[in-house]
Structures are given as structure tokens and as C-alpha cells.
Design a protein. Structure first.
Length: 68
């Protein structure tokens, strides 16, 4: 009795594919509203880098001046 149930069950489970079907790759069009926000964030990050570099240069000048 168990063999009659087990064999079809094994065959059924082996026929099932666990991987999902491949999804078509679509090119997403950028949303203009979000694109302006992304550009603003990138610009702010660039400015932050410049400010951090200027602060580091100023710290080095202060350290050099105090060690003399």
C-alpha cells in the first residue's frame, strides 16, 4: 500500500520545478519627479564632500600653526 502511494508522490514532486519562471527584463523609465530629487541628493553629497575636505584642510592649518 505504501509503495503505491509513495511512487506517484515522488514522481509528482520530482516533476515540480522549484525555481520561479524568468521575469522579462524591462527598462524602467525614470520618473521626472524622482529624478530631480535624486539629482538634488547627489549634488548635496558632492557639496558635503567639498565641505569635509575644506574642514580637514583648516584643521591641518590650525594644527600646524599651534605646533610652531
Amino acid at each position: 500500500m505504501m509503495k503505491r502511494t509513495l511512487i506517484p508522490l515522488v514522481l509528482f514532486l520530482s516533476a515540480c520545478d522549484a525555481s520561479p519562471p524568468p521575469q522579462p527584463k524591462t527598462e524602467r523609465q525614470p520618473n521626472p519627479v524622482f529624478e530631480t530629487q535624486i539629482q538634488a541628493v547627489k549634488k548635496a553629497q558632492a557639496v558635503e564632500g567639498q565641505v569635509m575636505d575644506a574642514a580637514e584642510a583648516q584643521r591641518k592649518q590650525v594644527d600646524a600653526a599651534t605646533q610652531q
